[in-house]
Ligand binder design. Structure first.
Ligand SMILES: C[S@@+](CC[C@H](N)C(=O)[O-])C[C@H]1O[C@@H](n2cnc3c(N)ncnc32)[C@H](O)[C@@H]1O
Length: 273
């Protein structure tokens, strides 16, 4: 919806709003077809969280609080909750927040809605049928998954998952959020920073003593991966793990397309000093 007073209501979305809406509708990642992309990016994060907090028994992991800035449609948030942690997603985009709210709270069954992620892009298809290929979302019914994830846990998953709306740097840089989170995890978020130092300082503020970990997508940043990691260290973290080139994944990539865009994101785990 275009902005303006009620009298000026313009039913046509402006180009920027259309771009954001298309990116939300690209929620291909929520489908079964997007499973490989999710696994490539989220599994290393979940694995690192499990390893870091292996000394806490699974039923008690709800005592640990994980923050996920730039949560998008909330799939990583849900994954972390299913592992047993308490988790808070943060998202700046109302379009993403509305979509994640619908997916997480209003869906009544798996594969409830068809989505046509490539319908509006006419290039590089082998056939028109490929362009119009639909996927069903979500492949997992969140309420059922969260119910299952509550078995044997001290806290029900619904008490362990929340979302906050707003700019990460505004919401989490204050004293109220200082040291609150045992871990801060990001996937494809670092590269959205207009000012990376502000992101790092905010992560540092909100992180308690444990760790930060991330998968960055350095290709879309002006800083090189070495520079990102050097900045993270310069601002009070020790990099404990840093892998480049081990993960190769598309991001909302049509597996049938004649053009394959593959990211080789950098994965790192940093501990606050
Ligand atoms: C590329 S998406 C990644 C989403 C999700 N982490 C995933 O793995 O699919 C980046 C997300 O960060 C959000 N974002 C960008 N700047 C932000 C900010 N300053 N505070 C909170 N969220 C932000 C965007 O709206 C978008 O949903």
């Amino acid at each position: 919806m275009a902005s303006g007073t009620e009298d000026e209501f313009d039913p046509l979305a402006d180009p920027e709003e259309r771009r954001v809406i298309y990116s939300v509708l690209d929620s291909f990642a929520l489908s079964a077809e997007g499973k490989a992309e999710r696994a490539a990016c989220y599994d290393p994060v979940l694995e690192a969280l499990r390893a870091e907090f292996s000394h806490i028994p699974d039923p008690d992991k709800g005592e640990l609080h994980v923050l996920v800035p730039g949560a998008g449609l909330g799939r990583l948030v849900m994954g972390i909750c299913c592992v047993g942690f308490s988790v808070e997603g943060n998202e700046i985009s109302y379009h993403q927040l509305m979509a994640s709210n619908m997916i997480l709270n209003d869906i009544t069954r798996a594969e409830q809605y068809p989505l046509y992620p490539w319908a509006l892009s006419s290039s590089n298809h082998v056939s028109r049928a490929d362009q119009l290929q639909g996927v069903m979302i979500p492949d997992v019914h969140p309420a059922a998954a969260l119910e299952e994830a509550s078995i044997g846990k001290r806290m029900h998953a619904s008490e362990r998952m929340s979302m906050s709306a707003g700019d990460f740097c505004v919401v989490y840089k204050n004293a109220e959020n200082s040291g609150v989170y045992n871990a801060v995890t990001t996937v494809f978020f670092i590269d959205t920073a207009p000012n990376l130092i502000a992101y790092i300082e905010t992560i540092r503020n909100s992180n308690g003593r444990a760790q930060d970990q991330g998968i960055a997508e350095p290709g879309s940043m002006e800083l090189t991966d070495d520079e990102v990691v050097a900045l993270v260290e310069r601002f009070g973290f020790k990099i404990e793990k840093h892998e480049v080139g081990k993960i190769a994944t598309g991001y909302i990539q049509d597996p049938r397309s004649m053009l394959m865009n593959i990211y080789r994101p950098s994965f790192w785990v940093a501990r606050k000093q």
